[in-house]
Design a protein around this ligand. Structure first.
Ligand SMILES: [Zn+2]
Ligand SMILES: [Zn+2]
Length: 352
């Protein structure tokens, strides 16, 4: 148990744009069914930035952050199967009801009652976090650095969307549209899942950092700038005119969505990751119908995707080290958030 009584935490203080500050708050108290996590590393997600801009649901005042790795610092008297000192990451599906048809069919990650750390309950941008459902934790290996383990949550999303639902098959040609942290991890997951050839497409705005990182990623065979190259022609040439078996749409842009529709082969799959932030987006409906393609929408993670993600990050088949462009204390939050918004960083990790 900690002896500190107060801690610094990055708090969204009220509804509205901005309204984020580093505050001194009490170390959380835990109830009989809770554990207290000492946060060793916490990843900054696009969701955190959306909350800053008031573009994602949240219940203020709330400590931001849902991508964490840490140790159990204390446990309630009813908690079984976990000990103080255990090294853990955790699924953010807290406060799912357990009674609705989604929960009862194994889909608690999209239960309407779910309130995750970082927006629904206090999150991990602090030294300590109360975690009310120890059943959602996963152990991580002793030799897995916490900074890398903090990527397990986004990696689990990628595994869920690309491998489990997008169904990468042996020798597939996979194209990832959008070279952000999710897109680059998707490319590595696709190769680990058996793809023969993996391409990544981005725009001029990605040219400085993201596309050069894609070019230096071992899992990536081809890198294209859609504003300089004819990507559909390149993919046709690679596949004998067939098209990509699987396209991962990780840009959330209308242009990226249109490109994904053009690149996918007949009877192929498009795995969509991430939101567009707009009410409507144009899609070439009839062209997709003619291809009899599957467009797979995705939201959140499954239990199995966490075990797979821990393995892939631990073995560095999803090698997250080059993605960590900003690592430091919570007091640098404004600098880190600005760099990520301006695409001057790939992924920020707080070490509280
Ligand atoms: Zn996230
Ligand atoms: Zn439910």
């Amino acid at each position: 148990m900690s002896h500190e009584t107060r801690m610094k935490a990055l708090v969204k203080t009220a509804k509205g744009k901005g309204l984020v500050e580093l505050r001194s708050v009490p170390v959380p108290e835990i109830g009989p069914g809770d554990v207290l996590i000492e946060v060793k590393a916490a990843g900054i997600c696009g969701t955190d930035l959306h909350i800053v801009h008031d573009a994602f649901p949240y219940w203020p005042p709330v400590i931001l952050g849902h991508e964490f790795a840490g140790t159990i610092a204390a446990k309630g008297r009813d908690v079984q199967g976990w000990e103080v000192g255990d090294r853990v990451v955790g699924e953010p599906h807290t406060l799912a009801c357990g009674r609705c048809w989604l929960c009862r069919t194994g889909n608690r990650q999209i239960c309407p009652s779910k309130r995750s750390p970082g927006w629904g309950i206090d999150g991990c941008f602090a030294k300590y976090m109360r975690f009310p459902e120890p059943g959602l934790l996963h152990r991580i290996p002793e030799d897995m650095p916490f900074e890398e383990a903090a990527f397990v949550e986004p990696a689990a999303n990628v595994v869920r969307d690309v491998l489990e639902r997008g169904r990468v098959e042996t020798a597939d040609t996979v194209v990832v549209v959008g070279p952000g942290p999710i897109g680059l991890m998707a490319a590595m997951a696709a190769k680990a899942g058996g793809a023969a050839r993996v391409g990544v497409a981005g725009t001029n705005a990605d040219e400085g950092l993201r596309l050069s990182l894609a070019r230096s990623t071992a899992a990536v065979d081809d890198v294209w700038n859609v504003q300089k190259e004819d990507v559909p022609a390149a993919v046709e040439a690679l596949t004998g005119g067939r098209g990509a078996d699987l396209v991962v749409e990780a840009s959330g842009s209308e242009g990226g969505i249109g490109l994904a529709a053009r690149l996918v082969r007949k009877m192929g799959r498009v795995a969509a990751i991430g939101l567009t932030g707009r009410p409507d987006v144009r899609i070439p409906y009839d062209a997709l119908m003619s291809k009899a393609a599957d467009w797979i929408f995705n939201m959140s993670t499954s239990y199995t995707s966490w075990d797979r993600a821990i393995h892939l990050v631990h073995t560095r088949r999803i090698d997250v080290r080059p993605l960590m462009t900003h690592v430091g204390g919570l007091e640098r939050w404004a600098e880190f958030f600005a760099a990520l918004e301006d695409k001057k960083g790939i992924k920020g990790i707080f070490v509280p």
